[in-house]
Design a protein around this ligand. Structure first.
Ligand code: ADP
Length: 436
């Protein structure tokens, strides 16, 4: 480039020199002017040629030129060639990525920040019924009209997947997961979980049926045990001890069956039944009294911090069950003379109930699994506390049914806090008939 530049400078200098000599020879300035105008004319032509070459789509075969202009064209052509190759490479990568996404059995859908369809794979056509020609650029919620799906997308909480029937086949169940990327864009992936769903349904039915079937024999057994305990005289100590043990175990079994049935009901029934404005203050006051009676010998200090006017749109029985489990646990897992605090507060994020104790605490490693059925960090506690292992699973389900969340924080040996978070739409804005 430097050599061409030098040549071009020499060429211009030579031209000026020639024109100057000619001007001297004829004794007039016009040969110099002619040389200058000629050079400007030639350069302008080159500029036009460059412009028309640049606006062409292919950028191959640059116009013929000499000197610096020729060098210019060669360099530009190389640049364009490099860019073309990079583009071809990129297109190849995109094509291969599309091919592999198309080969996936899972549905892949891309939507832009306004919820309009940008891309989907072949599985989406099969499971969702998308049509390449007419559906591109359509709002996704116009094509998938399930109310749960719309709510899931608008809520923006994608921590849990969503299961809904396929829009083209009610018998197929799809499980959606959403990943956000870019500026408000979303990648939706769905897989066919029909088989898993059926197995889960079978499990739920099985547990519900077994629990239901166990109820009657258990009632009969308990009835006889009670009668026997009433009739066996105190002198027959061994028999009485055996019967007392049998009675306490059948009570435990009854509690288990009751909790299993409650869990089945929470899983299998409509979440919106029996919605009322529940007076929280009265409900928790009663629970405090019960908790004090339950752990009378432990001499706990139980404090309530609840505004009198606290109200929540909820199912009162379910709420009582959830709060009851948290408070009972606090009593169970807090040693003598311990302190338990029950607090209710509201803010722009909704309503919150926390139960804090300074009891035995939980190793944080166990916290993520604590709401699983029968999960216990320390099995040796079971016999001492006599719980069913279903309490926190019940709390979690009640919270899900109230569009809320259970948060657990704890430190081994220091105590625990269980907080129920309810969304703002559960708050009572104006006076309503109150239950509780
Ligand atoms: P359980 O009938 O065993 O109490 P839950 O589902 O209510 O069943 O609780 C599961 C486990 O979580 C308990 O076994 C216990 O180890 C732990 N846990 C629950 N609440 C507390 C608490 N307040 N303090 C310490 N550990 C707790």
């Amino acid at each position: 480039m430097k050599a061409s530049l030098a040549k071009e400078v020499n060429r211009i200098a030579g031209l000026i020199l020639l024109a100057a000599l000619a001007a001297l020879a004829v004794g007039h300035i016009w040969p110099l002017l002619v040389g200058l105008v000629g050079y400007i004319f030639w350069s302008t032509r080159q500029l036009f040629a460059l412009y028309s070459w640049l606006v062409r789509d292919d950028h191959t075969e640059p116009p013929d030129s000499i000197g610096l202009w020729g060098e210019f064209y060669t360099r530009l052509e190389h640049l364009f060639q490099k860019e073309r190759r990079a583009q071809e490479n990129l297109q190849g990568i995109i094509h291969r990525a599309q091919q592999s996404v198309n080969a996936l059995e899972d549905v892949v859908i891309l939507i832009d920040q306004f919820g309009y369809l940008e891309y989907w794979n072949r599985a989406a056509e099969h499971y969702m019924g998308f049509n390449a020609r007419q559906d591109l650029g359509q709002p996704l919620t116009n094509l998938v009209r399930h109310p749960g799906f719309t709510e899931y997308l608008y809520n923006g909480d994608f921590s849990e997947p969503l299961e809904i029937p396929s829009p083209v086949d009610d018998n197929r169940i799809l499980q959606f997961r959403v990943t956000e990327f870019g500026v408000g864009e979303q990648l939706l992936m769905a897989r066919d979980v029909t088989r898993l769903h059926h197995l889960e349904e079978m499990r739920k039915d099985f547990v519900a049926n077994v629990s239901h079937e166990l109820k009657t024999p258990l009632t009969v057994l308990k009835g006889y045990l009670e009668t026997l305990l009433d009739t066996v005289p105190d002198e027959q100590g061994r028999l009485r001890r055996a019967l007392t043990q049998m009675e306490s175990q059948s009570n435990r079994m009854e509690a288990l069956v009751t909790d299993l049935l409650l869990l089945s009901r929470l899983e299998n029934t409509d979440a919106d039944n029996d919605r009322q404005a529940v007076a929280i203050h009265g409900m928790l006051h009663r629970m405090r009294e019960n908790a004090l009676a339950l752990g009378a010998e432990k001499k706990h200090r139980i404090e309530l911090e609840i505004p009198e006017e606290a109200r929540l749109i909820a199912n009162p029985a379910e709420l009582e069950s959830a709060f009851g489990n948290l408070i009972t646990n606090a009593v169970k897992y807090t040693p003598d003379n311990g302190y338990i605090q029950i607090r209710w507060w509201q803010d722009d994020k909704g309503a919150h109930l926390s139960v804090t104790d300074d009891g035995v605490g939980i190793d944080p490693a166990h916290i993520p699994r604590l709401t699983e059925r029968f999960y216990r960090p320390d099995n040796s506690r079971v016999t001492q506390t006599g719980g069913t292992g279903l309490g926190l699973a019940i709390v979690k389900h009640v919270m899900i049914r109230h569009n809320g969340k259970l948060e657990i924080s704890s430190e081994l040996g220091k105590g625990s806090t269980f907080t129920c978070h309810f969304p703002p739409d559960r708050l009572v804005s104006k006076p309503t008939a109150v239950a509780g």
